[in-house]
Unconditional design. Structure first.
Length: 377
């Protein structure tokens, strides 16, 4: 009996017309989620750091190397040993909170082996010239800014520095450097209010080119001296090409990274190169050819063809999973909305017709009474 009451047109109309607005609200929510996730991936927008270089005034060299460079002979250990803190601020325009975890983060600068390079190799084994770690997690909230504070310890030995200053390197106009970056990136995203976080560890090998430049002399507080004075330094000439080690070795070249030889002239005899050796006059993205001052390189990092394909594939898989959830919700709630609305209207009409029929039946005089009155007349 109770079940029959639940199946009456009135109850079914109430259920249908009550559920339809809820289905419609969820449908609108799902459409809003789709709009929010389009486009799916938006990279961080980072402030361009002030271009700078490794000042040779930090260099401790023995005689006669120091005098040949206009420096005062220094004490052992010879080389460049310094600590540096670099802060980079970025804006996150995407829909996922991004965190670069300090735990496990390490960036290692690698100097190639000169002998192997001269023999046509890739410069193995490498020598560590600097290490960097994060002072804390770099957190980039959705629609907000975050800061990455990197603490670097430079330890460029005398051999590393001389390798970048060999006559052959000077004749080329640039030197090669490598880096290896290990990090874990945590992304947290919300779909329909449900938050899910994923940690993705990665290791990238990078290659780039560097060379001579000039930078302002700094005072004891780190500000440029007045009037301005310039000193020699080693600066990044190009951005970094990153991917797996074999990919970087195969695809890294001066031309691909934007270095262009604009002129070739006879090398200075003081370099000790064979007579007739030509030295390159180059232009590079990271140095102003007129002033030799460093300039910002954009983009700072590019990916190898394979690394870019892997990144795009991973993004496509994640986007497909989210889109499937959203489209299933849109389709299911849209179908329920139509069914509940149609059922509610149909049963409402059915209920109103039944109610009208009952009212009409109650208002009509009984048949026997009517006949009796007719007989008396």
């Amino acid at each position: 009996m109770g079940c029959c009451k639940c199946c009456t047109p009135k109850v079914q109309a109430i259920v249908g017309l009550s559920s339809a607005p809820l289905n419609f609200a969820i449908l609108i929510w799902a459409i809003a989620e789709k709009v929010r996730w389009t486009p799916f991936y938006v990279p961080l927008e980072c402030d361009t750091p002030t271009p700078d270089g490794v000042r040779l005034s930090l260099l401790s060299m023995p005689s006669p190397y120091a005098e040949s460079m206009g420096l005062t002979p220094g004490s052992p250990p010879h080389g460049i040993y310094a600590n540096m803190t670099v802060s980079t601020s970025c804006f996150n325009p995407g829909q996922a909170k991004t965190t670069i975890l300090a735990a496990g983060f390490e960036a290692v600068e690698l100097a190639p082996n000169l002998t192997d390079l001269e023999n046509g190799g890739f410069g193995v084994p490498y020598t560590v010239s600097a290490r960097a770690h994060l002072a804390g997690d770099a957190v980039y909230p959705i629609g907000g800014r975050g800061e990455m504070v990197t603490v670097a310890q430079t330890a460029m030995t005398m051999e590393n520095i001389l390798a970048s200053m060999t006559p052959d390197a000077i004749a080329r106009g640039y030197s090669l450097s490598y880096a290896r970056v290990t990090q874990t990136v945590q992304t947290c995203a919300a779909i329909f209010g449900l938050v899910s976080c994923t940690d993705v560890p990665s290791e990238q090998f990078c290659g780039s080119y560097a060379g001579n430049c000039v930078v302002p002399v700094l005072d004891s507080s780190g500000d440029p001296v007045v009037p301005e004075q310039l000193e020699p330094a080693l600066c990044a000439y190009t951005g970094k090409l990153c991917g797996e080690e074999a990919e970087v070795h195969a695809q890294l070249s001066p031309e691909a990274m934007g270095i262009e030889v604009v002129n070739r002239t006879a090398c200075d005899a003081a370099l000790g190169l064979p007579n007739g050796t030509l030295c390159n006059a180059i232009e590079a993205p990271g140095v102003d050819p007129a002033t030799l001052r460093p300039r910002a390189v954009e983009p700072a990092i590019t990916l190898t063809t394979e690394a870019l394909a892997r990144m795009n594939e991973g993004l496509a898989v994640a986007e497909s999973a989210i889109n499937m959830m959203i489209w299933l919700c849109i389709g299911f709630q849209g179908l329920l909305f139509v069914i509940n609305l149609a059922s509610g209207l149909f049963n409402l009409r059915k209920h109103l017709r039944a109610k009208a029929a009952q009212a009409e039946a109650r208002g009509a005089p009984p048949t026997l009474a009517t006949n009796a009155l007719d007989g008396k007349a």
